[in-house]
Write a protein that binds this ligand. Structure first.
Ligand code: SF4
Ligand code: SF4
Length: 389
């Protein structure tokens, strides 16, 4: 196999600590504690190795990356290494002084997530009282600091009918990009699928509105729309192809081709604590396992889309068929496609409204829907969950 081209972007998952508890969080069900996280020096070395490898961008994510007190140090180090820097945040731990410090350290862009436009619903979905109001304020502070803003809305059955209001809010906040992202069903979202899956009609309506608004908002804001592939006929090009463009590093230093890759049984992943990032990117078994097209079976092997969508998502193929080398079941040519679609339709009709909230042990403690989200104590950064205990 030829040496792979350099990655475009590194997603640095600095921590799994987060004051919110979104039931669709992309973090794994087993959350990592603060004591297991990479140290500041490890991250600084890895960010330099990424730049040396030819990587262009670093996206600081989590969990909630601002829970790391060394975030400014990491941003400054990555900036000196020449990386373009984006922060993916819920915003609730930020304030004007910290935004200013991050901007001075070299941060170039912030993606701020919203759970809804309806205040009560947003706070309920995030499991964090007062969160929505705080986010509105932080969005203003981000723009006041001159940092370009993306407003990110994760949509599902409970809020997708408010896509028009989400687009309005994004524009009102001065976002240059608005991301309407349908929930992707892995990890916590898979555990909550019956409470989150939208109906086909809801998705079609949201798609129509996004297409109309893309025209009317031209020159004002770019709209990104991430679709639910359960209702698709062809899969997305997941991560732009396995090991082609992206590197994901977990809080403990594991290097993954995508954030959900650990869900594939039988694959083991190298760690930056004992191998350089460049060596892992070029030579690790896990990155080479599904790189290119050699690993493909039929129907992907002889398909003219093989180098367009790269067979779709390996994690979804594994989750549904038990074999990560199968075509993504989102593809109508996959033998598992009809079952996937049927399960989506069944879930979208479910009367389940209770969420299993994202928290340590949360997957086994489903909360009743009528339990109020109010937990004002968790706004204290000294809170045990922020310390990862
Ligand atoms: S999705 Fe929600 S719970 Fe998960 S890291 Fe983001 S804000 Fe926190
Ligand atoms: S058969 Fe494979 S390569 Fe072809 S469209 Fe379906 S998933 Fe993509």
């Amino acid at each position: 196999m030829n040496a792979p081209a350099p990655p475009l972007a590194l997603l640095a998952e600095l921590t799994h600590r987060c004051p919110l508890q979104c039931p669709y969080c992309s973090n794994p069900l087993e959350l990592v504690r603060a004591s297991e996280e990479l140290a500041t020096e490890d991250w600084l070395r890895v960010l330099n190795e990424a730049a040396e490898l030819g990587c262009m961008q670093a996206h600081f994510s989590g969990g909630e990356p601002t829970a790391r007190r060394d975030l400014e140090t990491l941003v400054a180090g990555a900036s000196q290494a020449g990386l373009y820097l984006n922060l993916i945040t819920s915003g609730v731990l930020l304030d004007a002084a910290r935004i200013d410090a991050l901007a001075k350290a070299g941060l170039e862009h912030i993606q701020l997530s919203f759970q809804d436009t309806d205040v009560a619903s947003a706070d309920h979905i995030g499991g964090y009282a007062g969160g929505h109001a705080k986010k509105l304020d932080i969005a203003k502070q981000i723009r006041a600091a001159g940092i370009p803003l993306t407003a990110n809305f994760v949509v599902h059955r409970r809020n997708i009918d408010r896509v028009p209001a989400m687009l309005e809010l994004g524009v009102a906040l001065g976002a240059s990009r608005i991301e309407i992202a349908n929930v992707q069903y892995y990890g916590w979202a898979l555990a909550n699928r019956a409470a989150l899956m939208p109906t086909r009609e809801q998705l079609d309506e949201a798609t129509k509105i996004v297409e109309q608004k893309r025209e009317t908002l031209k020159g004002v804001a770019i709209i990104d729309f991430v679709v639910t592939d359960y209702y698709a006929r062809r899969p997305k090009s997941c991560m732009g192809g396995w090991g082609r463009q992206f590197i994901n590093i977990t809080p403990t230093g594991k290097v993954l081709p995508c954030h959900a890759a650990e869900s594939i049984a039988g694959l083991s992943f190298d760690n930056v604590r004992n191998r350089s990032l460049g060596d892992i990117w070029r030579n690790s078994t896990s990155f080479n396992r599904f790189r290119g097209t050699e690993w493909m079976k039929e129907p992907c092997r002889s398909c003219d889309r093989a180098e367009l969508d790269w067979g779709g998502c390996r994690c979804q193929a594994f989750a549904v068929t038990g074999d990560a080398a199968e075509a993504d079941p989102a593809c109508s040519l996959s033998a598992a496609h009809d079952n996937l679609l049927a399960s989506a339709v069944t879930d979208s009709q479910s009367e389940q409204t209770a969420f299993i909230y994202r928290r340590i042990g949360g997957a086994i403690h489903a909360l009743r829907d009528d339990v109020p989200a109010a937990r004002s104590n968790i706004q204290d950064p000294a809170d045990a969950r922020l310390r990862g205990e």
